[in-house]
Design a protein around this ligand. Structure first.
Ligand code: SF4
Length: 132
């Protein structure tokens, strides 16, 4: 079973060096290694949302002593999209059968579902909406 929809907001779709590129802005305390864009599920999902985009990119503001901006561009082929969709299918199946796995990390600090993970039912009821 594949999800009927994914919800997300792309930061920017722009033409870079004559190529339609989906750009996601990041901030980081250190340089990216390069594999982040290659392995990014987020960029893979954006390729599905913008199938005619030729490139996908992280534009990273590196907040070191001398701040700089890094571009990390990548592409996705059909096999990579199929692999991602298979993974999304597994996750969707688990969600459909009410199985949720906590995957704690720094991203918890901006996660809307943190009240659920922390067992704060009152806050969850105040901040989350139910999509039928
Ligand atoms: S707070 Fe969000 S990101 Fe962290 S484990 Fe829970 S669901 Fe996952």
């Amino acid at each position: 079973m594949l999800p009927s929809f994914l919800i997300g907001v792309i930061d920017l779709v722009a033409e870079r060096s004559g190529r339609k590129t989906v750009v996601d802005f990041k901030t980081s305390g250190s340089s990216y290694d390069g594999f982040e864009a290659e392995l990014s599920d987020q960029l893979t999902a954006y390729k599905l949302a913008e199938p005619d985009a030729e490139e996908l990119a992280f534009c990273v503001l590196v907040k070191t002593k001398e701040p700089k901006i890094e571009w990390h561009t990548t592409r996705r082929n059909g096999d990579q999209l199929s692999e991602y969709l298979a993974k999304v299918g597994y996750v969707a199946r688990d969600i459909g059968s009410s199985k949720f796995y906590k995957r704690p990390g720094m991203w918890c600090s901006w996660c809307d579902f943190r009240p659920v993970c922390l067992g704060d039912r009152k806050k969850a009821a105040e901040t989350l909406i139910h999509v039928p």
